[in-house]
Design a protein around this ligand. Structure first.
Ligand SMILES: Cc1cc2nc3c(=O)[nH]c(=O)nc-3n(C[C@H](O)[C@H](O)[C@H](O)COP(=O)(O)OP(=O)(O)OC[C@H]3O[C@@H](n4cnc5c(N)ncnc54)[C@H](O)[C@@H]3O)c2cc1C
Length: 334
């Protein structure tokens, strides 16, 4: 059994719900399919979001779902397993076996944070193990902050966190900063601790320190890490779309043009699946912008079809008038 829509939005986080909202308000039939696992689910609050500063991530999305539904959009809990072209549109298959057909696809499935493999680190993710100073810097201001070298942007991250605290320690772990980076860190009073990090120390549900493999304990209240960020987009392989290396070296994304148009015709992408750095506000804005582009694309298609139909009608009318004139001429012996 399959259902038909103008647009299927795959992923119901900030990007997908704002896209769904725009499309529903544009009087498009739209379904947002969401697996219910937004990237910031481990965090208690959304920060840096105008008008909703500090809202719980779940509450923000609950409001978004209600807004989409309020304008006639459908929000469906489910996981998309594959997308294929069918009859000039798309067939979207869910892992439960159901199918949805749509004329256009907006992909907003976000990314997976591949965390450094340090015992105890995953349990603290989104609490006192952090990645984004603009999301959590204020909350850990003036604290003893560690930065675990875990990606190509780790030194940059340490320099950023220094904006929020005078007490920043850089754990070089398995990476070695270059001479220039060592100079930069030293110039900003960021201590560099060499040696592999073995585990995190947690007391009464709070991070208290970073344990090195030689047993040394460095007291820290928060630890910044650089996860490798990989777009969640395996289900697009049937359309020839695969995540590729992001130019920053921070992970893999689905490339798109400035309007969110992916390399496969009829497919748009928005949010973290294409823009690894997007925070909630930017993801939502990209979803809304892509939705407007999709609506414009559908309007253009409908206009082409209407013009072709009008021309056909005009030709048929002209032919009928010509036939009638010939018949009348014959009747009058002309
Ligand atoms: C710990 C943490 C804290 C953060 N804190 C902040 C903050 O304070 N402020 C801020 O602005 N940003 C914050 N961020 C960033 C924020 O999470 C992202 O900007 C935002 O989630 C991006 O929205 P999105 O819609 O692109 O993706 P997501 O929010 O990840 O939504 C994608 C949705 O798609 C669904 N999905 C995935 N695959 C499928 C599939 N195959 N079928 C159906 N559905 C699927 C997922 O389940 C998910 O619900 C934080 C990130 C992390 C990791």
């Amino acid at each position: 059994m399959s259902e038909d829509y103008d647009v299927v939005v795959i992923g119901g986080g900030a990007a997908g719900l704002n896209g769904g909202l725009m499309l529903a308000r544009a009087r498009r039939s739209v379904v947002v399919i969401d697996a219910g696992d937004p990237r910031n689910a481990p965090a208690g609050h959304v920060h840096g979001l105008l008008g909703r500063e500090g809202i719980a991530p779940g509450e923000l999305l609950e409001r978004g779902r209600a807004e989409v539904s309020g304008f006639g959009g459908r929000v469906l809990r489910g996981t998309v397993g594959a997308v294929a072209r069918e009859d000039g549109g798309f067939a979207v298959e869910l892992v439960d076996g159901s199918r949805i057909r749509a004329r256009r696809v907006l992909v907003t499935t976000g990314l997976v944070d591949e965390l450094p493999d340090v015992p105890g680190l995953r349990d603290r993710w989104g609490r006192d193990v952090l990645h984004c100073p603009y999301c959590h810097g204020w909350e850990v201001r003036d604290q003893a902050i560690g930065v675990l070298a875990s990606g190509p942007l780790s030194v940059h991250q340490a320099l950023l966190f220094r904006q929020w605290s005078d007490d920043v320690t850089f754990f070089s772990h398995t990476l070695r900063p270059t001479g220039e980076q060592v100079e930069e860190l030293a110039a900003r009073d960021i201590r560099v601790v060499d040696g592999e990090v073995a585990s995190l120390e947690v007391v009464e549900d709070r991070l208290t320190g970073v344990r090195l493999s030689d047993g040394t304990l460095v007291a820290r209240e928060a630890l910044a890490v650089s996860p490798r960020m990989v777009a969640r987009a395996g289900f697009l392989a049937g359309l020839g779309l695969r995540p590729v290396d992001h130019p920053s070296g921070a992970g893999e994304h689905i490339p798109a043009d400035a309007a969110g148009r992916a390399e496969a015709p009829g497919v748009w992408v928005a949010g973290n699946v294409t823009d690894l750095m997007a925070q909630v506000g930017a993801a939502a804005a990209a979803g809304a912008a892509a939705a407007a582009q999709i609506n414009a694309d559908l309007v253009a298609e409908e206009t082409r079809e209407a013009v072709a139909a009008a021309r056909n009608r005009f030709s048929a009318d002209t032919e009928a008038r010509n036939c009638a004139r010939v018949a009348a001429d014959r009747r009058h012996g002309l």
